[in-house]
Ligand binder design. Structure first.
Ligand SMILES: C[S@@+](CC[C@H](N)C(=O)[O-])C[C@H]1O[C@@H](n2cnc3c(N)ncnc32)[C@H](O)[C@@H]1O
Length: 251
């Protein structure tokens, strides 16, 4: 019997998750391959089982819907040793993703690629400061909150807490503003990518890692930080934040 290595399984998932973007144009396909292939967070989410099977997932600032495409590809993979690495938790079958994205061009790319997935991947064009958050088991916010000011960030996080089921999980990636060089590089690249994707370059609002963690704890989350910029010059951290059963309850 062949046992697939995690590298080979990941390459196959990368191909499968990028393929639908051919329907959304050359840029969308190249962007999907580049982002999924180079950003360590996507493989981490699967290899660490951060999104359990059957989860209702809310992806805030979802861009062109890459996470939804990856979850669809992973969920369609049989958990056989020749396809799915034995050291990874079970494939996230049956997830239903709602993506909220400000930029209509990205929402169009997401729908062109994944429109056929129905309820498994639906995309709303809206601003996270006003958009309704559906009840969710996992909320994912990757590199998005710094686009709004601190008071608005706090309000979004509070609404995320209220949308999460008890014990639900927020996966929040932020830059650590204290790590000056890595944070400055990530902000510079962020602006460049925003501009390349044809969007206006907005001001950004960072915080030191300790301040992000304190804010989440005050909202009733237990927080575990994980470095999440391996292979890149950034200072990104994934905060795995579990909603306590009763918001505000002691840890
Ligand atoms: C750096 S990209 C990250 C995209 C995606 N989360 C990923 O990791 O591939 C940030 C995304 O957040 C979106 N965004 C920025 N401000 C937003 C807002 N107020 N509401 C919803 N989305 C927003 C941007 O348009 C962009 O697609």
């Amino acid at each position: 019997m062949t046992i697939v290595s995690s590298d080979a399984a990941w390459r196959r998932l990368l191909d499968t998750a990028s393929a639908p973007y051919r329907a959304a144009g050359r840029f969308a396909w190249h962007f999907a391959r580049g982002k999924l292939g180079m950003d360590p967070v996507f493989r981490h989410l699967l290899s660490q089982g951060q999104i359990p099977p059957g989860s209702r997932v809310l992806d805030i600032g979802c861009g062109q819907g890459l996470l939804a495409s990856l979850l669809l590809a992973a969920g369609a993979t049989e958990p056989r040793p020749e396809l799915w690495p034995q050291e990874w938790p079970a494939p996230p079958r049956g997830t239903r993703v709602t993506g909220i994205e400000l930029m209509s061009r990205d929402v169009e790319r997401a729908r062109a690629a994944l429109g056929a997935a129905g309820d498994a991947a639906r995309f709303v064009c809206g601003d996270m400061r006003q958009a309704e958050f559906p009840p969710s088991d996992v909320v994912v916010i990757l590199d998005v909150l710094h686009y709004v000011n601190h008071a608005e960030q706090n309000r979004v996080l509070e609404r995320v807490r209220d949308a999460l089921s008890p014990g639900g999980r927020l996966l929040l990636r932020v830059g650590d503003a204290e790590s000056r060089r890595g944070f400055a590089i990530s902000q510079w690249v962020d602006r460049l990518v925003t501009w390349t994707r044809g969007h206006r370059v907005p001001p950004t609002f960072g915080r030191p890692l300790a301040a992000w963690i304190a804010q989440l704890q005050s909202l009733g989350f237990d927080v575990e930080p994980r470095p999440m910029s391996q292979g890149t010059p950034f200072a990104n951290v994934l905060l795995v934040a579990q909603r306590r059963a009763a918001p505000g309850a002691p840890a």
